[in-house]
Write a protein that binds this ligand. Structure first.
Ligand code: RTP
Length: 150
């Protein structure tokens, strides 16, 4: 059975616009399994650690202040190929390049207000899950996995 996990985060604009439920719904109806969900009001240090690979980018200060502007909702999702498929479901980083049917393609316009984050590799996912859920995440047995996986 699949054990791949990803970290999906609804950013401040998504929380303030009331899109948490819509984003959760898309992952649920796809067939992925939620392992954790929590609202956070992270510190600046915590956010800088999350985005540490981008620290030298010119947009980094703007990104940090955007991410501190309201709470975020962090989630752990599990499923076969969930990292890559999760990124496809989010769409491209720039909503203008995102296909209709993706979250960013359907619900936002500018790159600096792009609603959601998804881990870009299995390794990043595990790092991010440890950062946001340091006490670990409990798995659970779902009764209908045989209807999802062949
Ligand atoms: P994320 O980490 O949030 O899932 O986004 P991503 O992998 O698709 O894109 P990344 O390059 O890691 O950028 C992280 C976030 O920074 C903001 N950004 N602003 N040119 C800009 O102003 C710019 N470029 C990126 C976006 O919020 C992006 O999601």
């Amino acid at each position: 059975m699949a054990s791949e996990r990803t970290y999906i985060m609804v950013k401040p604009d998504g929380v303030e616009r009331g899109l948490v439920g819509e984003i959760v719904k898309r992952f649920e109806v796809k067939g992925f399994k939620m392992l954790a969900i929590q609202m956070f009001k992270p510190s600046e240090e915590h956010l800088k650690e999350h985005y540490k690979d981008l620290a030298q980018k010119p947009f980094f200060p703007k990104l940090v202040s955007y991410m501190l502007s309201a709470p975020v909702v962090g989630m752990v999702w599990e499923g076969k190929g969930v990292v890559a498929t999760g990124r496809k479901m989010l769409g491209e980083t720039n909503p203008a390049a995102s296909a209709a049917g993706t979250i960013r393609g359907d619900y936002c316009i500018d790159v600096g207000k792009n609603l959601c984050h998804g881990s870009d590799s299995v390794e990043s996912a595990e790092r991010e899950i440890s950062l946001w859920f340091p006490n670990g995440v409990t798995n659970w047995a779902r009764g209908f996995d045989s209807l999802i996986y062949e």
